[in-house]
Write a protein that binds this ligand. Structure first.
Ligand code: CUA
Length: 341
């Protein structure tokens, strides 16, 4: 009787795993492929062991079961040297078969590609609850959407501004922590195909850990170059003089847009072209489709940031004295701040 509801719950849980852009089981790059091959290898070994052990157990249970009328104890066997050697050696061999490719993969994963001529360096800094991406070779910084060209090694250097987070793009590679003790973790991946891949923070880091998402957008080399150029262009001015003043005094103290602003909050250049704002699945359906226009998302966020992403460090614009009109005006300006690439 309990089986049915439990099966139903299990199915529901699994339904959350169906996202194509967030699946370890559908690798989209060489690093993820290598790790997926390891998963397949270990599962195959486990299945073989499972089948043999269960078959043996069933055989023994049936063959040596107590028969009707049997009263005396069966013959007791204490130890069998040959058998013990066999069941020690077999697991040892299996562990070795698994260990060799695993160790190889682990070392390949941690290899430092940052000095390769062809590699693009990206310094990743995690914050509660957003991701900052700095491209030192191009002198640009962005947030939340990591734009990369296809077929280039992206050499990451990971650090955090506050607590431990973990950088994870399931369809492109395994995860790696960002550490508060100053240790810089390095690894790299590449994406052969154009596409958008979902990234997640994979380390419990506070109340909004579950919302700490980002996107990896792999684009053609040409689009990437265009994006780099667009990122370096000066800020598109706000026409309304009063609103421009408010934006400058209240928003640009922490955020950068184009060539203006501060760096303690996420860089907002081209936020209108981003896949999501505030790194959250605002009004998304189960499959993670974003149903709201960026402008509505921005308004929802600006009206009450704490209700959207609890514990974040963004002050509520209302508390800073901004009126509803100003908030709407800024949302509209940012939503239309798009980059051509
Ligand atoms: Cu950051 Cu979890």
């Amino acid at each position: 009787k309990r089986l049915l509801p439990m099966l139903a719950i299990f199915t529901l849980l699994l339904a959350g795993c169906g996202r194509e852009d967030l699946s370890v089981l559908k690798p989209q790059g060489p690093v993820a492929q290598g790790q997926f091959d390891l998963i397949k290898l270990s599962i195959s070994i486990m299945l073989v062991v499972l089948v043999i052990v269960f078959a043996l157990a069933a055989f023994v249970l049936i063959k040596f079961r107590r028969r009707p009328g049997q009263t005396e104890m069966p013959e007791q066997v204490e130890g069998n040297f040959k058998l013990e050697v066999i069941w020690t050696v077999i697991p040892l061999v299996l562990v070795l078969v698994l260990a060799v490719p695993t160790v190889k993969e682990v070392f390949a994963f941690g290899e430092d590609h940052s000095n390769d001529d062809n590699a693009i360096k990206v310094k990743v800094t995690s914050h509660q609850y957003w991701w900052e991406f700095e491209y030192p070779q191009y002198d640009i910084t962005t947030a939340q959407d990591l734009i990369i060209p296809t077929n280039r090694d992206i050499a990451f250097e990971l650090k955090t501004m506050d607590v431990i987070h973990s950088f994870w793009v399931p369809s492109l590679s395994g995860k790696l922590d960002t550490n508060p003790d100053g240790t810089i973790n390095k690894f790299s991946f590449s994406a052969p195909n154009e596409g958008v891949y979902l990234g997640k923070c994979a380390e419990l880091c506070g109340p909004s850990h579950g919302f700490m998402e980002f996107k990896v957008k792999s684009v053609s080399q040409e689009s990437f170059d265009q994006w780099v150029t667009a990122m370096k262009e000066p800020m598109v001015p706000i026409e309304d003089v009063a609103l421009a003043e408010t934006f400058k005094n209240q928003c640009l103290t922490c955020h950068a847009v184009g060539d203006q602003g501060g760096s303690s909050g996420p860089n907002l250049t081209g936020i209108g072209s981003r896949e999501t704002v505030a790194s959250i699945l605002l009004n998304s359906d189960v499959a993670g489709e974003y149903t709201n226009p960026v402008e509505d998302n921005l308004k929802e966020w600006l009206i009450d940031p704490q209700s959207v992403k609890p514990g974040n460090k963004m002050p509520a614009p209302k508390d800073l004295g901004l009126t509803d009109d100003e908030i709407n005006g800024i949302a509209e300006y940012l939503a239309n701040y798009k980059l051509d690439y």
